[in-house]
Design a protein around this ligand. Sequence first.
Ligand code: HEC
Ligand code: HEC
Ligand code: HEC
Ligand code: HEC
Ligand code: HEC
Ligand code: HEC
Length: 496
Amino acid sequence: MADLPQPTARRQRSHFNNWISASGGVLAAGALFSFAFLVWMDFSQHEKNPYLGILTYLVAPAFLIAGIAMVLTGAWMQRRYALKHAGDRPDRWQIDLGDLRHRRFAIGFAVGGVLFLILSAFGSYQTYHYSESTAFCGQVCHQAMNPELVAYQHGAHARVDCVECHIGSGAEWFVKAKINGTHQLIAYITDRYNRPIATPIKNLRPAQDICEKCHWPEKFHGNVEINFTHFLSDKKNTAYTARMLMHVNKSQPGAPLGGIHWHISATDRVEYYAADEKRQDIPWMRVTNTKNGTARIFRTEAFKGEPPADRIRVMDCMDCHNRPAHVFPTANETVEKAMANGSLSTALPNLKRVAVQAMLQKEITTEQNAPEKIAEFLTAKYAGAPELAETIAEVQRLYATTIFPERKADWRVYPNNIGHKDWLGCFRCHDDKHKTSAGQTVSASDCTSCHTIISQGKGVQLESLSAKGLAFEHPGGELDPDLSCSDCHNGGIQGK
Ligand code: HEC
Ligand code: HEC
Ligand code: HEC
Ligand code: HEC
Ligand code: HEC
Ligand code: HEC
């Protein structure tokens, strides 16, 4: 009979036998389970998400460590208690299955534990999905990315998730994006991100891979028609429209239908060297025929040496479409769009100019003081006008969706390279100033190589169309061939 358990044997039981350690054990098991599940997703998912890395390798292990810490703490407390009371009292947190109350509690505990395991798997799955949603990118990182989110919602790609472009697929880019995503989150939490967020993004995967998932390059042929509607800075806010055919086809230069997308053709590779970070100053470029290997180098007169080899970039979609999803339109363009769609009245004299001025006031320093300053400015100009209230509300809205003073984000820091009016854009290279050793240039002065103007003049809708194409009639007077459009047009008040 001596080997039957004695009542005092309780005290010699493991110190781990207690409720705190048991809870810690369940927590640790749940975390381990989630961790295993996330690692499995991490390696098996095709659509990759860098924030999954944060969940998998930071959050789940943190819970695991917390669980293990609880197990140890429970045992330590139990031991301390046992030593202090030297066995004269039963252990404090010990699980005693002989006790009915404990037994009931233990059943509840076991059920709760299993539920917890299931929920932690479900929870990590949900969190994973949430972290790759547009809401997470644009809203949780609210202050940092709000400008991009707002601009994105007004763009052609508003139905394309941020991660489609910013992460894409493929293991190599996934790893890069994951490391980068972790960096970004830390920069965000510690409030140490750049304002504005710097572009171009170095870790963006090559654009052609991304874009060609949806845009099939063989489809580029013929013309795309665009109506550019403006409103002049005169008393009547006169509308002025240029209707143009953009030659978006992909044929070779010099071909009868030479077109815009030849830069990404299979037979020619265009490379360039930009002297600045924003890729606006391009003194050197090289066109290589990939079939026979012959190359032509174009350079500006001022650029003598050779560009650093690691800074030579192969031209791709993003060199022209650098703002595919989140365009920051200029103040000028924003006001014109609102006038064209009728949300800003053209009845108020000089409103085109005044509205742009209202948006560009130096006194506006924060998102919060903008509405008030805009209201004061417009009231001073148009007090008593029946359209005043709606005009104020609309200009406030235009401001809030295009200019972000705290993050210093607007068109002035994020150039759009697609055209040549407000930024250099195409004219970074097409300026008649880059020459080959044989004296060949890339033309800007041939205004018909990229587009044909089929109609132009005052009004929003133009009736007469020209099949042959028209020479541009500049509403701001005779064009000076020595000036680039962007020397005068900068998105603010024209000609200044
Ligand atoms: C259609 C592709 C595409 C989509 C969709 C997209 N982006 Fe971008 N994003 C880009 C490109 C291209 C750049 C780089 C621009 C450059 O280098 O000039 C960029 C740059 C950025 C930058 C750097 C700052 C800036 O404005 O240049 C941030 C921040 C950003 N994107 C956030 C987002 C967020 C948030 C979303 C979703 C709400 C999103 N992006 C959706 C293509 C995309
Ligand atoms: C997930 C699919 C998807 C990806 C990836 C994608 N696009 Fe698009 N893109 C679309 C769709 C859909 C439209 C048409 C939107 C519409 O008609 O309103 C579009 C429209 C466009 C347009 C016409 C824009 C306009 O204002 O009408 C351009 C230019 C464009 N995309 C360029 C790009 C570039 C450059 C990239 C790579 C950085 C890219 N797209 C990546 C789906 C995509
Ligand atoms: C040399 C500059 C340049 C490059 C490089 C370039 N594009 Fe374009 N793309 C343009 C211009 C200019 C237009 C005409 C539309 C405009 O002016 O907004 C256009 C139009 C488009 C359109 C709209 C066509 C339509 O039918 O509505 C799509 C889509 C597009 N590009 C996708 C791409 C993709 C994808 C790539 C890379 C594989 C690419 N582009 C490379 C300049 C370029
Ligand atoms: C990085 C420099 C660079 C940029 C930026 C650039 N191009 Fe080009 N483009 C070239 C070069 C180089 C050629 C080839 C010239 C040659 O072979 O003679 C060329 C040729 C062309 C051609 C063919 C001309 C012909 O003779 O048929 C068109 C059209 C064109 N570009 C349109 C554009 C448009 C539109 C943009 C802006 C959206 C643009 N390019 C931006 C470098 C550039
Ligand atoms: C290298 C190609 C190229 C050349 C050369 C070129 N353009 Fe353009 N131009 C473009 C592109 C691309 C756009 C469209 C920009 C956009 O989609 O926003 C454009 C747009 C325009 C617009 C409409 C802009 C607006 O916002 O209303 C006018 C006007 C214009 N070009 C005039 C000219 C004139 C004048 C010349 C000759 C001095 C010229 N272009 C030479 C590529 C070119
Ligand atoms: C010497 C300065 C100067 C140069 C260079 C210049 N512009 Fe203008 N432009 C003006 C002025 C001033 C107006 C009239 C603005 C107004 O009434 O709002 C104007 C008006 C326009 C307008 C209609 C109104 C508007 O707000 O957009 C277009 C389109 C335009 N210019 C395109 C171009 C193009 C394309 C080029 C280059 C080929 C160019 N401009 C070069 C000064 C200039």
